[in-house]
Design a protein around this ligand. Structure first.
Ligand code: NAD
Length: 484
């Protein structure tokens, strides 16, 4: 390949420019055929008056090049612009976050010398949809959205990744014993997709024990796929127990654009000192080279980097009080070793097959292109949520029973998910937020629900939101209230 591939590069904040300079030097010396287009995003852009933190030219460059090498950016806490990472991932549909977690013992100290697992985290959905509301003075909520197409895309990605990288097992972690619908959907899609890959071993663990196992015996895992929040937490734990978060890179893969980065942040405490470890970003850049079909250059850099680690050349974060080099000296050491191979670690050779992208999702990206008329949706009732800080559960229940009408029957009232009417316990702690479930008696439509809400209003009760209850092909599409 002689043509240079254009890539978009952001130098980031804090130590970002220092580790990006180091990484680009290594890429150039190794003969990577790339042409960087530099964009500014993050703190500098925000402080210059662009409150989104991402100027239009940056989006245009990303759309044009489709490959993004990004240094860490500073995210203001408790105010300022939203996390640019989350914005970039969701806007560009970077649905798969891929993080290899490898230990480099005995050269880098770790309690887990045999660790070599890849965490594949769903990157767009779950609680990160960012839909939060304060509903009453006492209660706030965050919507956890798990979708069938989103789950299918990430789980299929995990299996394709395992197949292509010759990995033997895919583990799914979820909490479907509690969140039977949301995590239940993720787990059931996992079981469906797994059937298409009989050569790959599969297992599922509830997230709490799964997480404990990752921390205790990570060598038992191979590829792990998880919804967004669990994946966020698990991948940092996994990186840390390899010996250092400073050594890992990650890829954020989408159907159109992909982004590569270090997993750590902008480390403002050491910015400008020239001592940061560039390894995480180098690993991100290696994943990028494999992705764009330059596996030969990626192998050359990976082998030189492994040899550098074997030779005990460490920045301060790894040397931990021992002899340390600075960013430039570490970079020079990697460049000096280009063309050499490690002697203890396995020599890496990314081949043509690796260079091909793992998979493009075959699902159409727009809902209107995925219409499935075989799914029959039937209204089965409504949950009416009330704000009330004056009445007792029995008072609310009696009023609602008097206005339920011919189409509905008040089935249960719960508070924080616990039944308080009928036959509630006086010991149950309650807030000002009540979920009142009306089960439909026969066929109802949104018209009957609107009429019910009008009766609630006339009874001087303050409804704050509703959730319709549906059956999908006759199957209940909502969880039962406790005690129902
Ligand atoms: P951090 O990862 O920046 O730093 C944590 C600790 O690790 C610090 O002591 C730091 O000096 C050290 N460290 C991190 N990377 C290092 C490296 N390459 N070499 C040597 N030491 C290194 O985490 P933080 O302090 O929580 O976050 C700082 C900022 O980075 C925040 O604004 C945060 O939002 C942002 N952040 C950005 C990204 C990203 O852009 N992908 C990821 C995480 C955090």
């Amino acid at each position: 390949m002689s043509e240079k591939r254009r890539i978009t590069v952001a130098q980031g904040d804090g130590i970002g420019p220092e580790i990006m300079e180091a990484t680009l030097r290594i890429l150039e010396e190794a003969g990577a055929k790339i042409e960087p287009e530099f964009i500014d995003i993050g703190e500098k852009v925000y402080l210059s008056g662009n409150t989104s933190g991402i100027p239009d030219e940056a989006w245009e460059s990303l759309r044009r090049t489709k490959v993004f090498l990004k240094a860490p950016i500073t995210t203001p806490q408790g105010g300022g612009y939203k996390s640019l990472n989350v914005t970039i991932r969701k806007t560009l549909g970077l649905y798969a976050n891929v993080r290899p977690n490898i230990s480099y013992a005995p050269f880098v100290k770790t309690k887990h010398p045999d660790m070599n697992m890849v965490i594949i985290r769903e990157n767009e959905e779950d609680l990160y949809a960012g839909i939060e509301h304060q509903q009453t003075p006492e209660v706030v909520q965050c919507l956890k959205l798990i979708t069938r197409p989103g789950s299918e895309k990430i789980i299929r990605y995990a299996f394709e990744y395992a197949k292509k990288n010759n990995r033997k097992k895919v583990t799914c972690l979820s909490k479907d014993n509690i969140m039977k619908l949301t995590d239940g959907l993720f787990h059931s899609v996992f079981k469906e997709v797994a059937k298409e890959y009989p050569e790959i071993e599969t297992e599922h663990w509830i997230i709490d024990i799964g997480m404990a196992k990752i921390a205790d015996s990570p060598q038992e895992f191979d590829v792990i796929v998880m919804p967004n929040l669990y994946g966020d937490i698990a991948s940092d734990v996994a990186a840390q127990i390899t010996g250092s978060v400073g050594l890992a890179g990650s890829a954020n893969i989408g159907d159109h654009v992909s982004m590569f980065e270090a997993i750590h942040g902008s480390a403002p405490d050491i910015a400008g000192k020239g001592i940061a470890n560039p390894s995480g970003l180098i690993q991100g850049a290696i994943m990028m080279l494999v992705h764009i079909g330059q596996g030969d250059v990626a192998s050359k850099i990976q082998n030189a980097w492994l040899k550098t680690i074997e030779d005990g050349v460490f920045t301060g974060d790894i040397a931990k009080g021992g002899k340390a080099v600075n960013t430039k000296e570490f970079t020079d050491a990697v460049i000096e070793r280009l063309g050499q191979n490690p002697s203890t670690f396995n020599v890496v050779s990314y081949n043509e097959e690796d260079a091909k992208e793992v998979t493009k999702s075959t699902l159409p990206s727009q809902a209107h292109e995925r219409v499935d008329d075989s799914i029959v949706r039937q209204l089965d009732g409504v949950d009416v949520f009330l704000f009330d800080n004056r009445r007792t559960p029995n008072q609310i229940g009696e009023i609602l029973e008097s206005i339920e009408g011919e189409h509905f029957e008040l089935a249960v009232i719960t508070n924080r998910g616990v039944k308080v009417y009928p036959n509630g316990f006086p010991e149950t702690f309650t807030t000002d937020h009540w979920r009142c479930r009306f089960q439909a008696k026969g066929h109802v439509t949104n018209k009957e629900i609107t009429e019910l809400l009008e009766r609630v209003r006339h009874a001087d009760l303050d409804w704050i939101k509703i959730e319709n209850l549906y059956l999908f092909n006759g199957e209940r599409g909502y969880s039962l209230g406790q005690g129902q």
